[in-house]
Design a binder for this molecule. Structure first.
Ligand code: 4AD
Ligand code: MG
Length: 433
C-alpha cells in the first residue's frame, strides 16, 4: 500500500497513521540521540522527530546533510501533540532529500536591511511575516470578488494597452504598430463606464500602471486596483457602496486571517471598529480643519499624505472627504450643480495615517461639459470619441470608484510600506527580481 502524501494543515485527517510530508527545512536541532526538523510546506509548520535507535543508520546519517531550505520528503507517523505547532508531531521513519541547499542561503535569522531583502524577494517570500501578508492579500482579493459576485455585479476585464488616458499621473508608453503610442492603463474606469451601460453594475480588477516619480511608502509603479461602476448611482450612493465594501473586506480578514494578523502583531481592535457609516467631511471644511491644525494647505490643493494623516486623527474608522475642487481632480468627474467650482467626488482615507485607499466620483454625464473638460485638460479628443459617445447615446447618471489593493492590504496588515504587500513590487528603482 502506498503511503499517502499530506499537506501539514491536513494532518488532523491522518492522526495516528503514517504519511509522507514534503517541504523545506526551516530549523534543525539535535542532541546526538534525538534530532528535530521543523518543516514548512506552505500550509503550516511541522516538527518531525528522528530517534537514532528507531531509524536505519543511513536515515540518521542523512539528517546531518540537512541545512536550512533543503527540500525533503519525510515519512512518519502523525502523532497528536498539544505542545507542537499545529497540534501534530511527525515520528520519522524515513527521510528523502530532494534538493540540498548550500549554507550561504542569503536570508539568515538576523536583521537584514530592506534593500537586501528586496534584492532577495524570491527568498524573502518564504519568511513568516511575508507569508502572513500574502495570505491577507489573498483573503482581501477573494473578499472583493465575493462581495461583487454576491451583489450581482458582472466582472469585466478591461485592456492594459490603451490609447486613452485616465488619470493625470505619469504614463508608461510603448510603440504600437501603425497605431501610434499605446499607454499602459492607469485605470480601467473609462471602459468600465461603457460596460456599465451594458450590464448595469460591473467591476474590473487588475494591474494598473503609473510612471510616478514618487518614492513614498504608498506608491508603486504597478499596483492592483478594483473598480466598480454602477449605472444610476449618484455620489451619495457611491459612498455608501464604498463603506459597505471596505467594511466587508476588513471583516473577512478578521474572520479568517486571525493567525496571520497575530503573526504581524496587528492591533485588531483598530480594525474591529471599521463599520458603516463612515464620517463624511466636505472638502471645504477639511481645508479649514487642516489650517486650524497648522497645515499650509490652500483651497484648491489636493490633499497630501501629511494632510490626510492630520485629518483622520481621532477617527476609529475610515472617513470620506468629498467634493474637491475641479482643478485638483480628473477631467471625468461630474460638476457639482450646487457649487460648480467643485466636483461630485470622494476620497476614502484610512485611519491610523494610512491615507487615501479609494478615489471615487460621479461621472460627468453631460456631453458638452465633458468635451469642454477634455479640451481644458488638453487631452487628445480623438482618443475619447467612444467615451463621449456614451453621453450621446442614452446618457445616464453613474458613479464608481477605485480601491488600491496594496494600500488597503498595507493598512489591514499595519505595514509601514506597501512594497511588502505585493509579491514582486515594481517601484522607480526596482524592476527585479
Ligand atoms: O484616485 P485614483 O487615481 O482613481 C482612479 O484611478 C479612478 N479611475 C478610480 C475610479 O473611479 N474608478 O486611484 C485609485 C486608488 C487610490 O485611492 C489608491 O488606493 C490607489 O488607487 N493608487 C495607488 N496605489 C499604489 N501606488 C500608486 N502609485 C497608486 N496610485 C493610486
Ligand atoms: Mg486619488
Amino acid at each position: 500500500m502506498t503511503i499517502p502524501h499530506s499537506r501539514i494543515a491536513e494532518l488532523p485527517a491522518h492522526a495516528g497513521t503514517t504519511v509522507r510530508v514534503r517541504g523545506w527545512v526551516t530549523h534543525l536541532r539535535s542532541s546526538g540521540k534525538v534530532a528535530f526538523i521543523v518543516l514548512r510546506d506552505g500550509s503550516g509548520l511541522l516538527q518531525a522527530v528522528l530517534v537514532k535507535n528507531a531509524v536505519a543508520p543511513e536515515t540518521w546519517e542523512r539528517f546531518s546533510q540537512l541545512t536550512q531550505e533543503t527540500s525533503v520528503e519525510i515519512t512518519g507517523e502523525a502523532r497528536p501533540d498539544a505542545r507542537a505547532p499545529g497540534g501534530f508531531e511527525l515520528g520519522v521513519s524515513e527521510l528523502t532529500i530532494y534538493g540540498p541547499s548550500p549554507l550561504d542561503y542569503p536570508i539568515q535569522p538576523k536583521e537584514h536591511g530592506v534593500d537586501f531583502l528586496l534584492d532577495n524577494r524570491h527568498f524573502w517570500l518564504r519568511s513568516p511575516r511575508q507569508r502572513a501578508i500574502a495570505r491577507i492579500r489573498h483573503e482581501a482579493e477573494q473578499a472583493i470578488r465575493d462581495f461583487f459576485y454576491e451583489r450581482d455585479f458582472t466582472l469585466v476585464d478591461t485592456p492594459i494597452l490603451t490609447a486613452a488616458i485616465g488619470e493625470r499621473s505619469g504614463l508608461f508608453s510603448t510603440e504600437y504598430f501603425d497605431e501610434g503610442t499605446a499607454y499602459l492603463a492607469q485605470t480601467g474606469q473609462l471602459y468600465g463606464e461603457a460596460a456599465a451601460a451594458a450590464f448595469g453594475k460591473i467591476y474590473c480588477f487588475g494591474p494598473t500602471f503609473r510612471a510616478e516619480k514618487s518614492k513614498t511608502r504608498r506608491h508603486l509603479t504597478e499596483f492592483w486596483m478594483v473598480e466598480p461602476e454602477v449605472a444610476f448611482n449618484d455620489s451619495d450612493a457611491n459612498m455608501r457602496l464604498q463603506e459597505e465594501f471596505v467594511s466587508y473586506i476588513v471583516a473577512r480578514c478578521l474572520e479568517r486571517r486571525r493567525p496571520e494578523l497575530a503573526e504581524l502583531e496587528r492591533d485588531v481592535s483598530k480594525l474591529e471598529s471599521v463599520k458603516p457609516p463612515f464620517p463624511r467631511v466636505d472638502y471645504t471644511d477639511a481645508v479649514k480643519i487642516l489650517q486650524g491644525k497648522g497645515s499650509t494647505v490652500q483651497w484648491g490643493d489636493d490633499l497630501g499624505a501629511e494632510d490626510e494623516a492630520l485629518l483622520v486623527e481621532g477617527y476609529d474608522r475610515p472617513i470620506f472627504v468629498f467634493n474637491y475642487p475641479k482643478e485638483a481632480k480628473a477631467f471625468y468627474m461630474k460638476e457639482n450643480p450646487a457649487d460648480p467650482r467643485t466636483v461630485l467626488c470622494d476620497d476614502c482615507l484610512a485611519p491610523e495615517g494610512y491615507g487615501e485607499i479609494i478615489g471615487g466620483s460621479q461621472r460627468e454625464d453631460d456631453h458638452d461639459k465633458l468635451l469642454q473638460r477634455i479640451h481644458e485638460e488638453k487631452l487628445p479628443v480623438d482618443a475619447y470619441g467612444w467615451y463621449l459617445d456614451l453621453r450621446k447615446y442614452g446618457t445616464f447618471v453613474h458613479a464608481g470608484f477605485g480601491l488600491g489593493l496594496e494600500r488597503t492590504v498595507g493598512w489591514i496588515c499595519g505595514t509601514p510600506h506597501i512594497r511588502e504587500t505585493i509579491a514582486f513590487p515594481r517601484m522607480m528603482n526596482r524592476l527585479r527580481p
